[in-house]
Every structure is written in C-alpha cells, then in structure tokens.
Design a protein around this ligand. Structure first.
Ligand code: HAM
Length: 433
C-alpha cells in the first residue's frame, strides 16, 4: 500500500465548508480597516532571520524556540543567507516601510495585512497551531495617543460587526526606555529572594526577560505575581500622561476596556500601550498588540513611533462558531445543465450552454461522464440548483433548451417547465431567477 500523507503536526487544511467564515470575517475586517484609512500591504513569507531576531528579541520564545529558520541554498558566490518563515507580521511591515521610503509620505502611514500565514514551532494544542493566520494593522510615524485609541476602536468595531459582542479589551502601559529599566530593577529586587520557590521557566525569565515573570501561568507563582510591583505605578510622567490620554480617548470611541496590569506581551519591541482581547472560553488571546516606538531604529531607520496589532483569524473563527454565529450562506448553483443523448453533439451543446451561463456570471454546473437521464436529473436535484437546463433531441433540433424549475413543488408540469431559445436563455434566467 502506498503511504497515506497527512498534514504536518500543528498545520491544518482550511476546507471549503469553513471558507465562508474566513471570507465573511475578512470582508468585515478589510472594510473596517479601510474606513479608518488603512491600506493593504503584503510582504513575503520569508525574510532574513535577523529582521525578526533583532526586533522580537533574542530571549523571547518566538525567536528562541519557535522560529522556523534555516540556511538558504547557496548563491553563485557560495554564500548562504539565514532566512526565516515569518513568525509575526510587524517586523516585515516596518522593514517594508523603511525599504520603500514610506517615511517620506505624509505621516502617519496606516497599513493592514489580511490572513497572512505566520509560522511558530509552538506545542500544538487547541487554538495553538504551527501555522496560523493574522489580520493585522500597523501605523507608523505618529506617537499621538489618539492613534492608540483609534486602533483599539477599529479592533472593537471589527469584533462587534463579526457578531462578537461583549468582548473586553485589556490594556496596559509597559513604559519606555526611560522608566522601564528602573521598573525592571525593582521587579528583580522583589523576585530575587523568591526565586528559589519559582517555577523553572521563571528562573530563566528572571535572567532573560524579567517582565515575562508577570505572565507565568503556574499556580505556585500566582501569589508572587499578585504582590509584585506594578509597572503602572512606576511610569515616568510622559508615559503616564500618554496612558491616561489613551483611556480618555477610548471612552470617546465607546470601547469597553479594563486596565490589566499584568499584560506584558511576548515580544521585546513593545513600548507604552499594550493591549489584548482574551476569549472568555479558553482564555486564549484573540489578538495582541501595542506600541513599538523603537522598532524602526532597530531596523536601521530614523526614530519612528509605531503601533499595531495582530489578530489570530483561526481563534476568532473558533469564537464565532462557539457563539453560533453563522456566516452568510454561499450563493447556490443557479442552473444545472443535463443532456439526454449518447451522441457527442448532446454533450457538446451542454458544454456550450454551461460556458454561456458562466461567461454571463451565472453559477452553473453540468453533468459529466455520460450518465443516464435519470442519474443526471438526480444530480441536478441534489445540487441545490434552482433550475435544470435540459438538452435532448427536440431541444437540439429546435435550437432551444427546456428550463425546469427544480424548486417549484406543487406546480403543474407546464408551469414548472419552459422552452427557451438558446440565445434568450441568459435574459430568461435574469428575469425568472
Ligand atoms: P502575538 O500576540 O504574538 O502578536 O500574536 C497575535 C495573535 O496571533 C494572538 O493574539 C493570537 O490570536 C494569534 N496567535 C499567536 N500564536 C498563535 C498560534 N500558535 N496559533 C494560533 N493563533 C496564534 C504578534 O504577532 C504581533 N506581531 C502583533 C502586533 C502587531 N503587535 C504590533 N503590531
């Protein structure tokens, strides 16, 4: 027996039955983003590894454990580049902003990406895949807190229009290069005497990424987190003012939010405002985002403020299904063409009619494989099509087709079936549906 292949662990097929959810969500998200003045961008799936390593941060899970990076094939000179499958969307967008001189455009530049594949060698489990897709928005070139609130407002509008009401946005500020180092010092001083009693991961976090100590989910560490100093009590004046302004503007956007002092985010590039929306069901984040005012500089640009979010489309669709939200149904097949005759001329005519319908934008199907008349009519009925277009001896001789209404139960045969000239078929279907 030849081997049966399956998708790789953590990867999944998005089958036709699920596609309406994706198209529905994508349409809403794109419409809302464009209403707020965002323009679509697409960046390559592969980038130089350094783009992500430098920005997301060496000590982060994403870079250290999860990034798919490898040496490319050698070029003509025998050099090999280390490249990576995109483990997140922001660094590529900022790279593109710098590479294409978008800083010369009127600022801010507002960009969005739709369902881009993101790769992380995560431990596969419900809602956690090795390839997932993100809808994301990024704004570059503006540090005004009004932008932070506007972006969270946009996100909230995407959720409510997708039917996901009553989601609460968790926001926090993690300060900037002025106040965060002092806070981290304070946090380490607090943790140092407790370290022996902390989980193994926290011992590593203490050295590599102390802010992430607050993100630990182990029960034994929760009391330590609860009593830890909070960054919001240690912000410098400009960061404090920025955070207060974000909250004031959020009220204007009528976004329900809570200040969640434990949000720290898993990537190193964040400054000031950070935010997440968390599913009440499985406690997984539906989206994550925040300000990254130092990122452009890390990639060789001028100091450029930036802010953005990434939303996990799989997780949002899962949440829609959990709440019983149905996407609009797909357009049904309008016409199913059948041919009653074994000679090739019958099938040829069916192909021509089918092509005629499709060229006019009418969703049409036909029977293949020279089945019996009865089997073809059964197929037409099962297809969900509104009408069967029948081509037999009389139809071919007379240059017409018989159009049968498949959804007219109880009607007499004469009103169920009409003879329509081939050249008038499109007009007839447009008039009669
Ligand atoms: P992130 O929080 O790492 O942020 O990912 C954003 C969202 O992607 C998460 O909230 C979650 O919904 C989804 N997600 C992440 N990992 C997985 C996974 N393994 N399986 C399924 N869904 C997942 C970022 O990636 C940042 N680039 C967001 C951002 C944009 N910040 C500023 N601009």
């Amino acid at each position: 027996m030849p081997e049966q292949y399956r998708t790789l662990q953590g990867f999944r097929d998005i089958l036709p039955d699920e596609q309406p959810y994706w198209r529905y969500f994508e349409k809403i998200a794109a419409e809302v983003a464009e209403t707020y003045g965002y323009r679509r961008i697409e960046t390559p799936t592969l980038e130089e590894t350094a783009v992500f390593r430098k920005t997301s941060g060496e000590g982060t899970d994403v870079v250290e454990h999860e990034m798919y990076s490898f040496d490319d094939r050698a070029d003509k000179e025998g050099r090999r580049q280390n490249i990576a499958l995109r483990p997140e969307g922001t660094a590529s967008v900022v790279r593109a902003y710098l590479e294409h001189g978008m800083f010369k455009l009127p600022q801010p530049v507002k960009l969005y990406y739709m369902s881009v594949p993101i790769f992380r060698h995560d431990k596969p489990q419900a809602g956690r895949y090795r390839e997932h897709h993100q809808f994301g928005c990024e704004v570059l070139g503006e540090g005004d807190p009004a932008i932070d609130a506007e972006m969270i407002g946009l996100l909230h509008q995407v959720y409510t229009r997708s039917g996901l009401q009553r989601l609460r946005v968790h926001i926090n500020s993690i300060g900037d290069q002025n106040c965060r180092p002092q806070y981290i010092q304070k946090l380490k001083e607090y943790y140092r005497p407790l370290l022996e009693d902390c989980c193994e991961d926290c011992q590593v976090r203490f050295v590599k990424n102390p802010l992430r100590l607050l993100d630990c989910k182990m029960p034994q560490d929760q009391p330590k987190i609860a009593a830890a100093p909070r960054i919001t009590d240690n912000l410098c004046e400009p960061c404090r003012e920025h955070f207060e302004a974000v909250q004031r503007f959020l009220e204007m956007y009528q976004v329900p939010y809570i200040v969640d002092k434990l949000i720290v985010r898993g990537l190193d590039y964040y400054t000031r405002t950070v935010f997440e929306v968390i599913s009440e069901d499985n406690k997984l984040a539906l989206n994550g985002g925040g300000r990254y005012d130092g990122l452009a500089e890390i990639l060789g640009g001028q100091p450029t403020p930036g802010i953005g979010f990434g939303l996990g489309v799989e997780r949002v669709i899962q949440e829609m299904k959990r709440r019983g939200i149905e996407p609009p149904t797909e357009e049904p097949t309008r016409a199913f063409v059948v041919y009653f005759g074994k000679e090739p001329k019958f099938k040829d005519a069916a192909i021509q009619v089918c092509a005629q319908l499709r060229h006019a934008g009418i969703k049409a199907e036909m029977s293949y494989g020279n089945r019996s008349n009865k089997a073809q009519m059964k197929q037409a009925n099962n297809s969900g099509a509104v009408r069967a277009i029948i081509i037999g001896e009389d139809e071919l001789a007379g240059g017409f087709v018989s159009v049968k209404n498949l959804q007219a139960e109880g009607m007499d045969t004469a009103s169920k079936q009409a003879q329509v000239k081939r050249e008038e078929l499109i007009d007839y279907l447009c008039q009669h549906g």
